[in-house]
Design a protein around this ligand. Structure first.
Ligand SMILES: Cc1cc2nc3c(=O)[nH]c(=O)nc-3n(C[C@H](O)[C@H](O)[C@H](O)COP(=O)(O)OP(=O)(O)OC[C@H]3O[C@@H](n4cnc5c(N)ncnc54)[C@H](O)[C@@H]3O)c2cc1C
Length: 247
């Protein structure tokens, strides 16, 4: 296998082949290590199946690792905990408007039933954790639209928790980083960077953040305090969800 391969089960299932290559046996072969592949692998593994995730690239995480990591889930538990008032009826109205002729009551019922359950499942069973994003719906002013509460994003993550496999995590897009540093829009980062020339407290915060980041660049050749889709991919891949990496 030339690219990165994530093995979610034990290596005893790897067999040497007469031609010198290795053969793997598994119940479920997942092709691709983005959020789709990794979440499929996790659910299958928790269902008792032997799962192998293969990835053609040098890095795991796919487009997911580049993404905003935002999930649009009306009725999600984080909005409820934050006391944000929303109703299923409003979400259905919004989706009816947005989907037009493609509106399918059955599909939307399934989405609204299973979306929050899916989120609860991953937060309970894996390292995937989410926070409210603060984003509005794309069209918050149309009937049923919401200004806040339906989007969650992956909680920030310290990629060092991946151990040696930090080197296999696809780096974020350079266009959304500052010298490789990912900003956490839900905490102090942006606020302090914007105020750096106007507040001593912010100047100190930024200086500490930069020193820490440069140290990470030297030690790990990448930023380790990650957010968004990069955090989502890393969280899904963190053991024990993915028990072993094999390359
Ligand atoms: C900049 C950006 C921001 C985005 N922000 C958001 C957002 O906030 N919210 C949202 O919902 N969506 C967002 N998206 C879209 C979202 O990222 C994708 O829809 C999602 O990541 C797709 O996940 P996936 O698992 O299907 O595919 P991917 O994450 O792309 O994973 C597919 C993997 O399969 C591998 N692969 C492909 N073919 C093979 C093969 N033959 N053998 C082995 N491996 C293979 C690929 O290398 C890749 O690693 C964004 C996209 C971009 C580009």
């Amino acid at each position: 296998m030339n690219g990165a391969a994530l093995l979610t089960d034990n290596l005893e299932k790897v067999h040497a082949m007469p031609n010198g290559q290795r053969a793997h046996t598994c119940d479920v072969l997942v092709i691709g290590s983005g959020a789709g592949g990794l979440s499929t692998a996790i659910v299958a593994k928790k269902g008792g199946l032997d799962v192998l995730v293969i990835e053609k690239e040098e890095f795991f995480g796919g487009t997911t690792a580049f993404s905003g990591g935002v999930l649009w889930i009306p009725g999600n538990p984080h909005a409820r905990e934050a006391g944000i008032v929303d109703t299923r009826e409003a979400a259905v109205t919004y989706l009816r408007n947005e989907t037009g002729n493609y509106f399918s009551e059955k599909a939307i019922d399934a989405f609204l039933d299973e979306g929050p359950r899916m989120l609860e499942y991953f937060e309970r069973e894996t390292e995937a954790k989410f926070v409210l994003s603060g984003y509005p719906d794309y069209h918050p002013d149309v009937a049923g639209g919401a200004a806040i509460g339906r989007s969650v994003t992956a909680a920030p993550f310290d990629a060092r928790q991946l151990g040696i496999e930090i080197r296999r995590l696809r780096p974020p897009l350079s266009t959304i980083t500052f010298i490789g540093m990912m900003f956490n829009s839900s905490n102090e980062d942006l606020k302090h960077f914007f105020r750096v020339t106007r507040s001593l407290k912010s100047a100190v915060y930024v200086a500490q953040r930069l020193v820490s980041h440069f140290k990470d660049l030297v030690l790990y050749r990448r930023g380790v305090q990650i957010t968004s889709g990069n955090a989502l991919a890393a969280r899904l891949a963190k053991p024990p969800s993915i028990s072993k990496f094999h390359f």
